[in-house]
Write a new protein. Sequence first.
Length: 98
Amino acid sequence: MLKDASIDVIWLILMLLTVVSATIAESAQTGLLVTTAIAATVAFKGRMVVDRFMELINANRYLRNAMRIYFYVIPLMIVLAQLFPDTIARLTALSQAG
């Protein structure tokens, strides 16, 4: 288990990253650089939560890796949606327009 001070520092870093990401996302022009930065932040924050707060760093490696993969797949999907919006929309449509 982490010391209380260590958990507090990690929590503060996660909160700072959240505020910075939200500020950038709301104020910046949407583009690949901004999207990639936000996606990287999501991946980093997810990894920190899995390893530090959920304490899966010492858990069964399959469980730990499954949780880590989730936080790499989601940011990848965010970037792909930025790169290929029309293709993603077409592939995920529930019905075809007549």
